[in-house]
Each structure stands twice: as C-alpha cells, then as structure tokens.
Design a protein around this ligand. Sequence first.
Ligand code: NAP
Length: 483
Amino acid sequence: MVSRVIPVEDFDLVIFGGTGDLARRKILPGLFRRYLSGQMPDTSRIIGAARSDLDDAGYRDMVREAIAEFGGEEAKNTQELSAFIAQLHYVTVDAKGDGGWSELHEMIRFEAVNAFYFSVAPSLFGDLAERLHTYKIADKDSRVVVEKPFGRDLDTARELNATLAQHFDEKQIYRIDHYLGKETVQNLMAVRFGNILFEPLWNNHYVDHIEITVAETVGVGGRGAYYDKSGAMRDMVQNHLMQLLCLIAMEAPSVFDADAVRDEKLKVIRALQPVEPHHIVRGQYDRAGDEPSYREDAGNERSFTESFIAMRTEIANWRWAGVPFYLRTGKKLKARASEIVVVFKDLGHSIFPGDQERHRNILSIQLQPNEGMQLRVTIKEPGPGGMRLVDVPLDMTFAEALEGDNDTVDAYERLIMDVIRGNQTLFMRGDEVEAAWEWTDPIIQGWEARGDVPKLYDQGSAGPDDALLLMHREGRRWSQIKA
Ligand code: NAP
C-alpha cells in the first residue's frame, strides 16, 4: 500500500527549551523524520529558543549531533539532514528576562502557522506566555504546546490552567501526553468505533475485567531527585494510564472531533470510583547486587515514594458497573511492556465433552515496545483425535498488509504535526487534566495520612507479591509482563 503523507501547512515552530534533553532526544529527531517523509514544507522553520549563547550555526551543529545520536537509521541520510538543518534557527531568550524577545518577534512569519513548544520546566510557562503576548509574538491563532507534568495535584494544575488561560484560549493549548500519539491508541478507537463486532460486547455483560500495564525495566536513574517528589501515581497513572483507561472505557463520541472525544473521556474520569486502601499496592525496587535500590537512586534513604503501583478501580456507569479495572505501572520490572488487556467473560457452559479448560476471549493491545493487537479465540486443535479445543491469538496488527502507511511515526512527531494541523483530538483538555487530579489527589492524601510504606520488590520481577494478590483474591491473574 502506498503511503499517503499529506504535507502540513507552512509553519514556524518555536521550541522553548530547544537545547534541552527532550528537544534533542525526541522533538528534533521526530521533526527530521517528518521532513524526510515529505510532511514538512521546505519553507517551514524551526526556531530553537533558550538561554544558551548560540547562533544559528552553533544551534545547527548541536541539532546535527543530537540527530546523529538519537535519530536512528534516518540520520545517516546526510544530504537530507543538511537540508533539514538549514531550516533551523536559534534565538537566545530568557523566559524570565527581556533580552532576545524583540529578535524573536522579528523572526516570526505571521502569515504562517505559528506554534510555540514549551519544552521547559512548568514553572516557566507563565513567564513564556506573558512575554509572547507582551512582545506581540503570539496572536489568537498561535498554538502553544505544553509538556508533562501538568501540575502535581489539583491546585497546581488549576494554577497552570489559569496561567495559560490568561493569554491563550483553550483551543490554542495542546497538552501533550505522548501515549495518545501512539498508532495503537488510535487504532483502538478505529477498532472500537469502526467495527460492529466489538461494541455490543464492550460492557459489563461480556467483559470480566480490564488490565492496563505500563512496565519499565529502567530505574529512576539520573531523575531520582525529581522522581522522588512525584512517584508512579503522579508520573504515570494520573496521565498515561488514565488516558488509556478513558479510550478503552468511553462511549462512542457523536463525531470524531476533538471536543466530542474529550467530552466522552471526561465523563469516564468523572465516573471513576475512589480507590479503597486495600485495592492499592505500592512498591519500591530493592537493591540487586551492584544495582542500587530505589532509595539509593533517589538519594533519599527515608523515601516513601512509590516506583511501582498496582490498583483496582471501577467506573460507575451503566456500561461498566461491576467491572474491575486493574492498573499497574512500575520501574525495574522484568520487561518493558505497555499493554491493555480486555478479558471477556467465560462462556458459562461448554458443549464439548471432556473440555475442562477455561476458554476466554482476550483482546490484548500492545503499545510498547512493539505496537500490536491480538484477539485470543478458541478453535479446534487441528488434526485427528476428536474435538480438542485450543486457544490461539488472532493477530490484528496488520502491519504487513498496511506496510507503507504504518511507518515508524513516533508519537511525538505525530502529535507535533497535529499541532500544526490544529487538531486537538489527541491532546488533553484542561478540564480533563483537572478531573484526573480530582480523582488522584484523595488517593495520594489517603496513603500519606495513613503513613503507608511501599513494599520492597525484586528488580526484574513483576512487582511486590501483594500486587499479585490484588487479583488472586478475586480469582483472577495478571497477564504476564513480557516484551
Ligand atoms: P532540560 O534538559 O533540563 O532542558 C530544559 C530547557 O529549558 C533547556 O533547553 C534550557 O536551556 C531551557 N531553559 C531553562 N531555563 C530557561 C529560561 N529561564 N529561559 C529559557 N529557557 C530556559 O529539560 P527536558 O528534559 O528537556 O524537559 C523539558 C520539559 O519537558 C519539562 O517540562 C519536562 O518535565 C518535560 N518532559 C521531558 C521529558 C524527557 O524525556 N526529557 C519527558 C517528558 C516530559 P538553557 O539552559 O540554554 O536556557
């Protein structure tokens, strides 16, 4: 199948924090891939903006090195890389100062789409937004992209929303959650709402339970001090897992547009039940030989922050009442794997004599490291010997059939192109983020008030044993964490 990449409109994209880790590892290599695919017009420009004293040539050298390091195979395409690099510019600005802003104003082409990526600490969002207006760099058509974390609780999220709202309309604000940019996440919506097969079964009559797992093999490493103030609940559950849960559980929007989709997601978050203390398991990875423990990585010997969390929650609405949603995420686990598993109910009665096995249809949706979708179905074991049943995965990935369209579009690239197109469907709206914190805050406050101490777990395991019990007590079992 032939790839159908449609170039976006001519744009000027300013990356505040253009010298930072995220810009070098994700944003700029991603933009280069979009350039290679023909999606980025030759006239478009990317303007790095940060305090470092660089000129265009210095910035271009820095980006060339970053793309060589993080850009994968494509970076070897030196001719194309040089052409892409020529579209880069740099301006020295301090978010808190006044130098450089007039120069930035001069650089912007107001006739093109203007987007401003705030790839800096959230504490600088207000300063950037204010100066973009003071210096008349942003107007009512400009877009701003903001990175996570979006607050650390409801109050700080409200503050951030209010700060941005002083200068930008909600239609201009793109809050990134890169999980939403994954191909499979969008495929999930296509499978749910583009087929008649699943929707009739997608409810508490037919679904036994749903699992969402985001497992990492890395520890907190160099981010220890930052992470220790956050923990798995704030860093992963409140945003990534919550977004996945919304897409799995939401009603069909009336149309596939940004607000219709986000309205439905918001209803899911608002229907989420508080989590009982005995339905939460928090953990910290233990030392393993020379591998430091969480507390050593965090540089805090008395830390009670969780590097792992598993929980059970429910959604109080007609579709999902009584269906447990099990969420878990953690660091230093046995494999890097993000997966959503929808486990359908037992048949209730088997007509096949001697068939003692429990056969269940299971839909598994992998987001990481490889994206894919399988439906486990029960069939007859081939060959003679009577009616023996066997469960086999029906692969719904279709990567080969769709080769060409299904290229390696990374979540960040896709989302940045959506910003240029003005499509907010895959970005979180302010009220969604606040509702997510509204659900998260009391859970965190609960364990803080109780003085809960996270359980230690072995590195390379599936987390603390108590997390297994969370499901065992209810006669269920987590899916294997496997890459
Ligand atoms: P970083 O490596 O520390 O980079 C910060 C950037 O901000 C640098 O370019 C820095 O450049 C610039 N900066 C700092 N103070 C500034 C000021 N006063 N005025 C203008 N520019 C200033 O951080 P990062 O890892 O790239 O993260 C950026 C944002 O993305 C953060 O909000 C982070 O939470 C989020 N994020 C990062 C990742 C990741 O993988 N790195 C993942 C998810 C979200 P100068 O020092 O030259 O000014």
